[in-house]
Design a binder for this molecule. Structure first.
Ligand code: NAI
Ligand code: MG
Length: 360
């Protein structure tokens, strides 16, 4: 029997509701394939920050290092600045463990309504660079409070950083439709983006079966709305990937269903799996949060652990529950988090699985 050790950080707000839902469904799915998950629960987040002045212990990263993966809910609290919560937990994990791919698969799940009148076939994966680019610490502010006040923020692009994320995206495109769109802005950002274009092109050139298209990010945003079926795999820098993936999540029907995987592809360090949504303070504590984003992220985690069968069981169980009409409020239904979770557990227990359940 295989056992995987997973660190669980439920975090803030609805993270406290959707993470327990996900761990119970993962346990049930793994039981059908004879796999065990050893959960290591971490009470890290804003509550800890209020008590101890830090989101996680000073040796927190070391505590995660020997695990097989990290399942994260969300962090963020209305009374604490977002840069404290984000840079105190999420970003150090992503960067220390070189989780340089942020993978976000998106498609319209059964029973979910896209806001598009005619979404056609919307089934795409966004591969976002996750360690460098526009999100950096280099910069500063001067002359605070004076008319001369100014801020400078530098973007950092390295050949190694672009190559490794492009390689991941190219290999994914090879496994999918053989089409790769690279988001660029080389007409306005004249140093880093032409470099990005050049390196992505070099990497794609090594894969003759992949057709690469470079598209300006503003035009790409419009195209995702007007012709979502013309896009399959997208590779994008940290900032562009962040924005495009929220757009894609909205097109697919709800931010509550979108998953994300922060991957260290060489598996030198643990990878981290989380929903795209945040802590949703407006609905936290009401028991109405949609657990699908957390469930889908958990299926990506199972796939990463090599447990494809358990991942498929989990995917098809929640897709089946949605198709049956069990839906939370954000999807126009009335089910509570608990009721939806129970419907998923019932389907897993009933063995009503569709082997086609696919996480990405
Ligand atoms: P949010 O994603 O938390 O919420 C946006 C809207 O979507 C809200 O109306 C919320 O009720 C709804 N929503 C989100 N997830 C839902 C779900 N599972 N079921 C039903 N409805 C759902 O984004 P917001 O409000 O901008 O941020 C709230 C906090 O979360 C902030 O502190 C922010 O920094 C943090 N955040 C953290 C992230 C993370 O941990 N990776 C990602 C995004 C935001
Ligand atoms: Mg975002």
């Amino acid at each position: 029997m295989t056992t995987h050790t997973i660190d669980v950080i439920s975090g803030d707000g609805i993270g406290q509701e959707v993470v327990p839902a996900a761990t119970s469904c993962v346990d049930a799915a793994c039981a059908t394939t004879g796999t065990t998950i050893r959960w290591r629960h971490r009470d890290w987040g804003s509550e800890r920050y209020r008590r101890h002045g830090a989101m996680m212990p000073s040796d927190g990263l070391d505590q995660l290092r020997d695990g097989d993966g990290i399942l994260l809910g969300a962090v963020g609290a209305p009374d604490i600045p977002d840069d404290v919560t984000l840079w105190g937990l999420l970003i150090p994990i992503r960067r220390t463990f070189l989780q340089y791919v942020n993978l976000r698969p998106l498609r319209i799940l059964p029973g979910v309504q896209s806001p598009l009148r005619n979404p056609g076939r919307l089934d795409m994966v966004i591969v976002r660079e996750n360690c460098e680019g526009e999100y950096g610490e280099i910069g500063g502010r001067s002359y605070r409070g004076r008319p001369e006040e100014m801020a400078v923020q530098e973007a950092v692009f390295t050949r190694l950083g672009i190559e490794r994320v492009a390689r991941y995206a190219v290999e994914l495109a090879e496994q999918r439709a053989g089409r790769l769109v690279s988001a660029t802005k080389s007409n306005g950002i004249v140093h880093t983006m032409p470099f990005w274009d050049q390196v992505v092109e070099e990497v794609a050139g090594t894969a003759p079966s992949v057709a690469l298209e470079k598209v300006l990010v503003d035009a790409l945003a419009a195209r995702m709305v007007l012709h979502p079926d013309s896009v399959d795999v997208i590779v994008a820098s940290n900032l562009f990937g962040d924005i495009l993936s929220d757009l894609a999540a909205a097109l697919a029907g709800s931010i509550g269903v979108a998953p994300s995987a922060n991957l260290n592809p060489p598996r030198e360090f643990p990878s981290m799996f989380e929903p795209v949504h945040g802590s949703a303070p407006d609905i936290a504590g009401q028991g109405v949060a949609n657990p699908v984003g957390q469930l889908w992220a958990s299926a990506l985690m199972l796939e990463h652990l090599g447990e494809s069968q358990a991942a498929a069981v989990l995917m098809s169980a929640f897709e089946g529950a949605l198709a049956d009409g069990t839906r939370t409020r954000d999807l126009g239904g009335r089910a509570s988090t608990q009721e939806f979770t129970q419907a998923v557990l019932d389907r897993i227990a009933g063995g009503a699985t569709n082997p086609a359940g696919r996480a990405r």
